[in-house]
Write a protein of this length. Sequence first.
Length: 220
Amino acid sequence: MANRTIKMTGKLHDYLLSVSSREPAVLAKLRKETGKLQWAQMQIGADQGQFMGLLVRLLGARRTLEVGVFTGYSSLAVALALPADGRIIACDVNEEWTAIARRYWAEAGVAHKIDLRLRPAVATLDELLRNGEAGRFDFAFIDADKANYDHYYERCLKLLRPGGLIAVDNVLWGGEVLDKTKQDDDTNAIRALNAKLHGDDRVDLSMLPVGDGLTLALKR
Ligand code: CA
């Protein structure tokens, strides 16, 4: 099938950013600090952060979920786009990385918008469901351990209102979804969720070649 997606060279991507990126100084500073870490490639791009902020505004989101915080770039991008009374419930298990996130949330003046839950995300999401929070969230970003992606998706879908949006990160997994010799849990979980969402009539769907592949699933 004809590929109508433009080939994104490094220079063209630099141009794209030069005429569109409005990365606030605090996010640029966080990007730089995270760039020094061994796992720096886990940080989303400035273009993706800005896109997610736009989605949050488009949805008129007030209550959002984040599964996988890392050093806080995406949660900060979302928090800056939320209204003053907006809230994020942010799930992660890593104290060291989220300590960096907390520092930047405070610096940006949005720490009060972000409720960090430091334990396995499934436990946090199940607790929200037990507490009657189903249907009460507007947006969810899933970007944590890939082996649990389906567990996160199913719970976030329940927690979202109709018309709420789930964004799933790394759905093209560096292209490894195509490599049949890759049979590890992470790669297989991404393939399985991609196939499932393709036929999932609970959502409207779009998979975008943004970053490492970003699926948008709009709850019907
Ligand atoms: Ca990611």
